[in-house]
Design a protein around this ligand. Structure first.
Ligand code: SAM
Length: 377
């Protein structure tokens, strides 16, 4: 279907959904936020500008919503990045196809398998396999890697590989992946187009719905603080997220990427990002919301921990071999790499505990079994 037809179909569906605006499926919206939302999302801007003590209270409420639902446990996931080839050309991303200055790589299947099967950190229960949009790497590396991991480890497997042919989603699922991470990136269609985000917005949303209909647990996400992003545009991300059939959502601060058309733009405001995260959490206490490593680039020294203090309940540890990691260039070469040590100390500092249950088991409905009394205390 063309992007225009997809847009029409979706707009019609959205109109119908407006009618039952507060029928939040499975959610228990925070009362104050629900009241704000009843007056329209634009009124929620007061939360975006929250600072100081009022902001601390707002974030604490978001963290409480997480604890009430998930206890003190935080999911721990590793990430590997087997390819930095990308056929997309997003203005904000360092791996965009027009970036000629980047050395492109595809990792060796055997090297990744050895690393993940025999030398992974003991604390992780899940693995996310993320690449630029590169169907060749999916076929040659990702699918065989998933099969090996499925056979030889108990890891829950997530993938974040961009928009692919439906048959490829099926092959990934048959190999053993259960969670698909597909950020919708930018909810405002005009800004999406201007920044050349992948394909078009309606197509991206359509793929998210398709994946969910095929039984994937889908997590999505968006970027906060992009150049030219107005407050209503930022808030529209919450509206779009709320209407998607997803089980989790991330908020990343915009980081001006090396060798991108936006390299001179200001970094997204960490306060704004955390405030949107708090709103997202209060809107959906049942979603898994990650603390993204970019929080430490936008808020050096404290951003990541503040993410946990704002109700995030998933952390990701980078396991890409160091020889190629530098070329997985989302933003800058000096990426803030989340190692096991950094992650465990951030979790401990916030008086949280690593989950022993994998995210994929949690999603498949076994959560009640493993929430210990200690975790809920
Ligand atoms: N290619 C896959 C896809 O399309 O879903 C995998 C993810 S893509 C390589 C990298 C992700 O990093 C994007 O989904 C985007 O949200 C995020 N990202 C890239 N550049 C960014 C930037 N400058 N600031 C914040 N987030 C950025």
């Amino acid at each position: 279907m063309t992007c225009r037809l997809l847009g029409l179909a979706h707009r019609r569906k959205r109109k119908a959904q407006q009618a039952k605006r507060f029928g939040l499926p499975n959610g228990e919206p925070d009362l104050l936020l629900a009241r704000v939302m009843a007056n329209g999302f634009s009124k929620a801007a007061i939360h975006l500008n929250s600072r100081g003590l009022e902001q601390q209270r707002f974030h604490a409420r978001a963290a409480e919503a997480t604890r009430a639902r998930f206890g003190r446990r935080v999911f721990l996931r590793g990430v590997v990045e087997p390819s930095n080839f990308c056929r997309e050309n997003c203005h904000y991303c360092g791996m965009r196809r027009d970036n000629q200055s980047l050395d492109r790589y595809r990792a060796r299947l055997d090297e990744l398998s050895e690393l993940l099967i025999h030398h992974r950190p003991t604390s992780i229960t899940d693995l996310n396999i993320q690449t630029g949009e590169d169907p060749v790497a999916v076929r040659e590396t990702v699918i065989p890697l998933i099969r090996r991991l499925r056979d030889q480890t108990p890891l829950g497997i997530s993938v974040c590989l961009g928009t692919l042919k439906p048959e490829m989603y099926d092959e990934l699922q048959a190999a053993g992946a259960t969670i698909y991470i597909m950020k919708f990136e930018i909810a405002d269609a005009a800004l999406y187009r201007r920044l050349c985000a992948p394909g078009c917005l309606e197509e991206r949303l359509e793929h998210i719905r398709l994946l969910a209909s095929k039984g994937w647990k889908v997590s999505s996400g968006f970027i906060a603080g992009l150049p030219e992003q107005s407050m209503p545009e930022l808030l529209s991300n919450l509206e779009v997220a709320r209407e998607l059939p997803i089980v989790g959502c991330s908020v990343s601060p915009f980081i001006p990427g090396e060798a991108t058309p936006l390299h001179d733009a200001p970094t997204g405001d960490v306060e704004l990002t955390l405030n949107v995260m708090a709103m997202l959490r209060l809107m959906r206490p049942d979603w898994v919301i990650p603390a993204v490593s970019a929080l430490n680039l936008a808020g050096p020294g404290s951003g990541y921990q503040r993410g946990l203090r704002t109700g995030a309940n998933l952390v990701t540890m980078n396991l890409t071999p160091s020889g190629i990691r530098e070329d997985y260039l989302l933003y800058k070469r000096d990426r803030f790499i989340m190692t096991e040590e950094r992650i465990l100390s951030a979790i401990e500092a916030e008086k949280l505990i690593p989950s022993e249950q994998s995210l994929s088991d949690f999603y498949s409905g076994n959560e009640e079994k493993n929430v210990s009394a200690a975790a809920l205390a």
